[in-house]
Design a protein around this ligand. Structure first.
Ligand SMILES: [Zn+2]
Length: 330
């Protein structure tokens, strides 16, 4: 063979080999960036966040301290069940939201296992945990594991303001019972801050960004809040990054599928359904009917036809509406 021809073939072989190496399942997995939306503490205003994500075809994890459920301003058991029916994940966050490192071993057991049992008795499948106020130590981690949880999220550990910082958690995490996260989103966190956190993980070669949110409200005077507008803008921006390999998954999806390359026997989780028309949630001032819980507003369909669509003014009712819509819209 002509030496030049041989050289060309060799270069081609090297290129193909390098490409195969680069695009091997492990390499693809390492390059993945996964964003998790996690909402802590069971506030009812988070249902607005659930609807925003649902309309984009995304799902989140809700970490629930069981004492809160059913009180004014907090979610109800039905809300939690509806969230699970829609494909959202419910995670454990103890019963009373106490600092677990200050409790006796039996009290830790009661808070961690007991909280999980209460959620399960409400018909919820619960495998992910988050430490109240991010407080844990090795003995707390051991109790979380013994209670049947497959992961536990801390409350900090990721940041990228300083040189040498760690922008993303590894997939799988270094310690699944100490999943690192940036500090919780506050009213001072801008849309640009959120986007930059994702970009930092992508630039570092991929990884997991479990974000923690609390209230979803506009001007509600909470320190830990995000406006519905910013949440929607951020989630829509993340959705645009799918072509770069950036996806949105729940805590359990990352723990279950993250460590294993997709294969015929272990496919990636199937995308969950998205309502054909968005589930609308409006401020009560936007509707004028005598029954303000239900009203219809004109909405332009994908085909450019104007149609009347139900607009709820109560997030719990909108969630129930979503359950009905998605059960008839595969
Ligand atoms: Zn909490």
């Amino acid at each position: 063979m002509n030496p030049n021809r041989r050289k060309v073939l060799f270069i081609r072989w090297c290129t193909v080999a390098a490409a195969l190496l680069f695009f091997s399942p492990q390499a693809l997995l390492a390059a993945r960036t996964v964003v998790t939306f996690a909402f802590d503490d069971g506030y009812a205003d988070q249902l607005t966040g659930a609807l925003i994500l649902l309309n984009l075809g995304m799902r989140a994890t809700f970490f629930i301290p069981t004492y809160a459920i059913g009180h004014t301003g907090d979610m109800s058991v039905t809300d939690l069940q509806n969230l699970q029916t829609l494909g959202f994940e419910i995670g454990g966050h103890t019963i009373d939201h106490q600092d677990l490192t200050t409790l006796s071993p039996s009290a830790q057991q009661n808070e961690i296992c007991g909280g999980r049992t209460i959620l399960e008795n409400w018909g919820l499948n619960v495998v992910s945990f988050a430490y109240p106020d991010g407080a844990y130590n090795p003995s707390v981690e051991a109790v979380v594991k013994s209670c049947g949880y497959t992961s536990a999220r801390a409350a900090w550990g990721l940041a990228c303001k300083d040189p040498g910082c760690t922008p993303g958690e590894s997939i799988p995490p270094v310690d699944p019972y100490a999943v690192r996260t940036p500090e919780a989103v506050t009213g001072d966190t801008t849309l640009a801050d959120l986007e930059q956190q994702v970009i930092n993980v992508e630039k570092s070669g991929g990884g997991w960004l479990p974000l923690q949110f609390h209230h979803v409200c506009e001007g509600c005077g909470q320190e830990y809040e995000i406006t519905p507008e910013n949440l929607e803008a951020f989630a829509a921006w993340v959705q645009q990054r799918a072509s770069l390999g950036t996806t949105v998954e729940t805590m359990n999806q990352v723990i279950t599928y993250g460590a294993n390359p997709p294969s015929p026997g272990r496919p990636r989780p199937r995308p969950l359904p998205r309502p054909r028309n968005p589930i609308l949630l409006g401020h009560p001032s936007m509707v004028s009917s005598s029954d303000p819980e239900h009203n219809y507003v004109p909405l332009m369909s994908d085909q450019g036809q104007q149609q009347l669509q139900l607009m709820e003014t109560n997030p719990s009712a909108a969630l129930s509406h979503a359950v009905q819509v998605l059960s008839i819209t595969p």
